[in-house]
Design a protein around this ligand. Structure first.
Ligand code: NAD
Length: 314
């Protein structure tokens, strides 16, 4: 009897390996629950944990196994991904998760936006416990998480990047190796500082143009085919009505909150102080967004800065 040797295409080979892979997911909020759902849809076995039992129950109905603590979750997972709010929670979660020991083949991935020094500390304690860690923060927001089109910025060794790339492709479209531990967070923080500056710049420019008598639609077409173009002008223009499906056209609901960009600008200020780098516009943006929060606008999309500038124009 003749045997035919089957040639596996890379995609087929990946599908076969993902089906056998168990992923632990910690932090099932706005981003995490969508990212975890994509992994389930792609055939991964999911172990989940969140301090919110509602968040866990929602994932259980999709087929995930809920754990009562992160220590047991990590021991039963080949990859562990954390998607948590801030520096302190990420640090505490990792200290707790690894304190009873880890499997040496588990690769831990933190996709939260935190200080690169937190990533370096966590990498050190995970390595000392015998496993590996990469930082892999994301860009693309809730829609990117929903559609599995996130950009992942990875900090770690080339070997770790190669191990984690296929798994991250289950949640994202572009997976870039940014350098050693913490460099993923460095890229993320710098990108978001640029985003905040360009959003404020777009808002004040649009307001000036409108007050001078320009039609916002006409002027926006000019910006977007000229050198003033940015994501803020093209995709999420802060003037209501210019991007009909974007948050500014829905009273700034949904989207990327002013509270989150303020947090990211705080991280930028901290690393700028540490590296003695002048960030005059980054620091001013931080100040402006802190005012937005003080005005009770923390939950609104960060494009709400346009409303603030417009209302302060006489
Ligand atoms: P979120 O507040 O919606 O979700 C955080 C989740 O973590 C919640 O479900 C919360 O219950 C859980 N949690 C809090 N403490 C915990 C603990 N000790 N153990 C386990 N779970 C805990 O936040 P999000 O919008 O999903 O953002 C998560 C991270 O991703 C943040 O670092 C944020 O900066 C970053 N991020 C967010 C966006 C966005 O558009 N929302 C985009 C890119 C990056």
């Amino acid at each position: 009897m003749a045997f035919r040797i089957l040639k596996l295409t890379p995609n087929f080979a990946r599908m076969m390996s993902t089906n056998a892979t168990t992923v632990g997911f910690v932090g099932l909020g706005q981003m995490g629950n969508r990212m975890a759902t994509n992994l389930i849809n792609k055939g991964y076995k999911l172990n989940v944990y969140d301090v919110s039992s509602d968040a866990c129950d929602a994932m259980k109905t999709k087929g995930a196994k809920v754990f009562g603590n992160t220590r047991e979750l990590a021991k039963s997972s080949e990859f562990v991904i954390t998607m948590l709010p801030n520096n302190d929670i990420v640090t505490q979660t990792y200290e707790e998760m690894i304190k009873d020991g880890v499997n040496s083949n588990t690769l831990f991935v933190d996709s939260s936006t935190v200080d690169p020094n937190v990533s370096k500390y966590v990498q050190k304690i995970v390595k000392a416990a015998g496993a590996s860690f990469v930082d892999a923060p994301v860009s693309g927001g809730v829609m990117g998480a929903q559609n599995a089109t996130l950009t992942f910025m990875v900090g770690g060794t080339t070997d770790e990047y190669n191990k984690v790339k296929g798994f991250l492709e289950g949640m994202g479209r572009k997976i870039t190796h940014c350098g050693t531990t913490g460099m993923g967070e460095a890229a993320k923080i710098c990108n978001n500082m640029m985003l905040a500056i360009s959003m404020i710049g777009t808002a004040e420019t649009m307001n000036l143009a409108i007050r001078m008598g320009l039609d916002p639609k006409v002027f926006n077409e000019i910006i977007n085919s000229s050198t003033g173009r940015s994501w803020a002008s093209e995709v999420n223009n802060p003037v209501p009505g210019l991007n009909p499906t974007a948050p500014p056209s829905d009273n700034y609901n949904g989207g990327f909150s002013a509270a989150l960009i303020t947090k990211d600008l705080g991280l930028a200020s901290s690393v700028a102080t540490e590296t003695n780098s002048p960030i005059p516009l980054g620091a001013l943006s931080h100040h402006i967004y802190r005012m937005m929060i003080a005005k009770g606008l923390g939950n609104k999309d960060f494009a709400v800065i346009y409303d603030f500038i417009k209302n302060n124009s006489k």
